[in-house]
Design a protein around this ligand. Structure first.
Ligand SMILES: [Zn+2]
Ligand SMILES: [Zn+2]
Length: 148
């Protein structure tokens, strides 16, 4: 099977360029890794994976590229139970995140029954609540199987 270039990374690279960010080999390798993983990756994991494609990559380039992608709304920073940050391709539209604590696999899901809860919190606090962000942690089926 030949490797065809997935359109998502080309879209991201084009957006980076439109926003005045020069796309160099190292930056491209970072974009390729993050765009094609549905797993939350921390900067060091991105570095390790991208370095296999571009051995002269520096960690600073990883951090800067991730920052830029986040600023453009292409990736989302997610919180992990042990406190360090990881990144994922951003959801399209309003979605909630389910993250595996074992392997970092991520799924987005839509639909929620938060209206009642949000209504009660608004009534109790007097806030006008405009947005919410929900992230659930758990173990995916593969990790559950491995844990038994
Ligand atoms: Zn898992
Ligand atoms: Zn929601």
């Amino acid at each position: 099977m030949t490797t065809s270039t997935p359109p998502i990374q080309e879209h991201w690279l084009a957006l980076l360029q439109e926003n005045g960010y020069r796309v160099t080999g190292p930056r491209r390798s970072v974009v390729e890794i993050v765009a094609n993983h549905h797993r939350a990756l921390n900067p060091y994991q991105v570095f390790e994976l991208a370095r296999q494609r571009y051995p002269r990559l520096g960690l600073v380039t990883v951090y800067r590229t991730l920052e830029k992608l986040e600023a453009l709304g292409l990736i989302e920073r997610v919180h992990q139970p042990h406190g360090c940050h990881a990144y994922l391709p951003a959801a399209v539209g309003h979605q909630h995140l389910l993250l595996c604590q074992g392997c970092g696999n991520a799924e987005y899901f839509s639909g929620d029954d938060l209206d009642d809860l949000i209504g009660r919190i608004a009534a109790r606090t007097g806030y006008q609540i405009k947005e919410h962000w929900l992230q659930l942690f758990g173990l995916c089926t593969a990790c559950r199987a491995g844990a038994q």
